[in-house]
Design a protein around this ligand. Structure first.
Ligand code: DGL
Length: 260
């Protein structure tokens, strides 16, 4: 069946665009509606209840736009609110969590660093992933304070300084695999790789999420066979979102204001 309804995605900011890019690579005929909740960025400082409330309102907003599936393109929101959303909404919902399982297969030294927001670093969800998939491995949970904000504004000076600092900590720890556990960070992958050298593998969850979305749409027979257009919304400043998103996606993005 041909189903042109869009796939909804949201994040606290521009980071979720890294997930959209991966999905669009393997599902080029799908239409997307992306919402950046920049009025409330960063999600890291919010309580579980606040995140449940915000993500519920965002999901209602996207449901009104007739989405056929939802991608919570944010590790922090997934860690704190995914179960809540799945309980309350009857559409396929895919979350993003740090790639702990694949990292355990890739490491040779047994030392793995996870770069995430401070909230994800201290979440029970991440702790449970490590218990389940990271047995006998040594993890450095690096809550990278400030890094997400620097991506939000594309502040090059701040990015350089913060990447130097966090990559130095990873080198000192001796990780041979680094997990990018925040959807803002895949946009920094090359800069991180450059700092850590060729012997360190840098991975994220984007491709796995894209495969999961494809699998679910196929199973439900709701894939689209031709593309119309994508829509971008922010609860923050439309012009600023459009500026940063256009740079990150390397195409002209015009966003609209969303009230959630
Ligand atoms: N991109 C979000 C993530 O993957 C950032 C969340 C936040 O705003 O703290 O976790």
């Amino acid at each position: 069946m041909q189903d042109k309804r869009p796939i909804g995605l949201f994040d606290s900011g521009v980071g979720g665009l890294s997930v959209l890019l991966e999905i669009a690579k393997i599902l080029p005929n799908e239409n997307f509606i992306f919402l950046a909740d920049q009025l409330n960025v960063p999600y890291g400082g919010k309580t579980k209840r606040e995140l449940e409330d915000l993500t519920e309102r965002i999901t209602y907003f996207l449901m009104k736009k007739k989405i056929k599936a939802l991608v919570v393109a944010c590790n922090t929101a997934t860690c704190y609110a995914l179960d809540y959303l799945r309980f309350n909404f009857d559409i396929p919902i895919v979350g993003v969590v740090p790639a702990v399982k694949p990292s355990a297969k890739l490491t040779k030294t047994g030392k793995i660093a996870i770069m995430s927001t401070p909230a994800t670093a201290k979440s029970a969800y991440l702790a449970s992933l490590i218990v389940e998939f990271g047995k006998h491995k040594n993890f450095l949970k690096l809550g990278c304070d400030g890094l997400e904000d620097a991506v939000e504004t594309l502040d090059t000076n701040a990015l350089e300084k913060l990447l130097d600092k966090y990559c130095a900590q990873i080198k000192k720890f001796g990780a041979d695999v680094v997990i990018l556990g925040c959807t803002h960070f895949p946009f920094l992958k090359e800069d991180i790789k450059k700092r850590l050298g060729p012997n360190v593998k840098v991975i994220d969850s984007g491709q796995a999420i894209a495969r999961r979305v494809k699998y679910l749409l196929k199973r439900k027979d709701i894939l689209s066979s031709s593309k119309d257009s994508d829509l971008f919304f922010t609860t923050g400043d439309e012009k600023e979102f459009s500026r940063v998103a256009s740079q990150l996606l390397e195409s002209i993005i015009k966003s609209q204001k969303a009230e959630i």
